[in-house]
Design a protein around this ligand. Sequence first.
Ligand code: UD1
Ligand code: CA
Length: 455
Amino acid sequence: MILDVVILAAGQGTRMRSTLPKVLHRLAGKPMVCHVLDTARELEAQRLHVVVGHGAEQVREALSGYSLNFALQAEQKGTGHAVAQALDGLGDGKVLILYGDVPLIRRETLAALLAQVSETRMGLLSVTLDDPTGYGRIVRDANNEVVAIVEQKDASASELAIRECNTGIMAMTAAQLGRWLPQLSADNAQGEYYLTDVIAMAAAEGITIATAQPAEPQEVEGVNNRLQLARLERAYQARIADELMLQGVALYDPSRIDVRGRLRCGHDVEIDVGCVFEGDVELGEGVRIGAHCVIRDSRIGAGTVIEPHSVIDTTVVAGHGHIGPFARLRPGTRLAAGVKIGNFVETKNAELGEGSKINHLSYVGDARLGRDVNVGAGTITCNYDGANKHVTEIGDGAFIGSNTALVAPVSVGSGATIGAGSTISRDVPDGALGVSRARQLNKPDWVRPTRKNRD
Ligand code: UD1
Ligand code: CA
């Protein structure tokens, strides 16, 4: 049977106290609703439907990268009314209903729920809570069969004592949903069309309501305010940290790592505290990351050591590099094996050959350096003339003295030497010395000026 997934995302989220629609608030760097969409995609759904209402335009725009059906719920008249807005676009297979503000639901849990669905059965995800306040209660008959869901505000005293709760997540056939939704009424305490009323309709038809439970309660927790969002962020990060450690990564403190995207690691990677990984990051075998590094969309080769407080973005480091502390590698940096980048060095769109070193206080941008180049402290590639960027090329084995300004476009030949303090604006041939500083003048027996008498 084909699968349609309907994600409700029309609610306002007043308690976030934000102009951003609730479902666009980020968890692990990604809007909550995108977590739900990505999980739904893993289920190989034929179509994803998002019901939008509050902030509809913003939500549509934020999700423009997905192939989706949007359904507009102009007025929020309840969860049943919300799902009904997507009804026309559904196929003739199964339908799974998810929520844009319940971000941590897992594929395995949903797959188990979907496995229950047939012409004669539907699936309901329930959770048993010590404090069920606010949730719809799951009512069972004498044979322990589910017969209805009663909302908190409509519940009798005995129903309020039930601790098995509705998570809101359910699955059924599109045919079942198509029969039931048009029959909903808003004749209840909240004057809303409750999706939960389909349960009693199913029971009345003799459809079995099979329940499934999440592996962990965070999976079905919704976010209404920033406290709950922060708690789920921690739960998510703890899940990632556990996975990393089980894959052989040493985390100095698993509660002090943040992964906002995908982090792939070889064996024996060590990560000190306070590091943030964003986008797609790959760390080769034995890589060591010092405290408080931020690494985004980069590949760090085996055996490389990144010292503390380094910021690395869209960079490739081959094996056995040594980076930092306090290095900033900006997009387009490509370092061959054994390169050393020291403190307060910034690189951008720069290629360095094997064994080259930039150890201190330099800016190297739009540059191609050969192998075994030594760049002295305080060297700057002057790559920008105010209008265009220009390239600096430095050959194998060149030695750039400290405090050199390389005014691009310019090239320094292999084995060339640049005298410290030079401003190099013309090409330097292979093996030559380029020096462009004023000649030093020494005046022997220099008498310092003395202070004049002031009355
Ligand atoms: C709902 C369930 C309740 C369950 C609880 C779990 C109903 C009637 N009740 O209650 O049994 O225990 O979730 O959290 O379904 N939404 C729309 N359009 C609407 C109304 C809601 O898109 O018109 C979306 C909201 O944005 C939210 C979700 O549906 O993401 C749930 O709505 P909410 O009003 O929070 O449901 P509850 O009253 O908590
Ligand atoms: Ca409500």
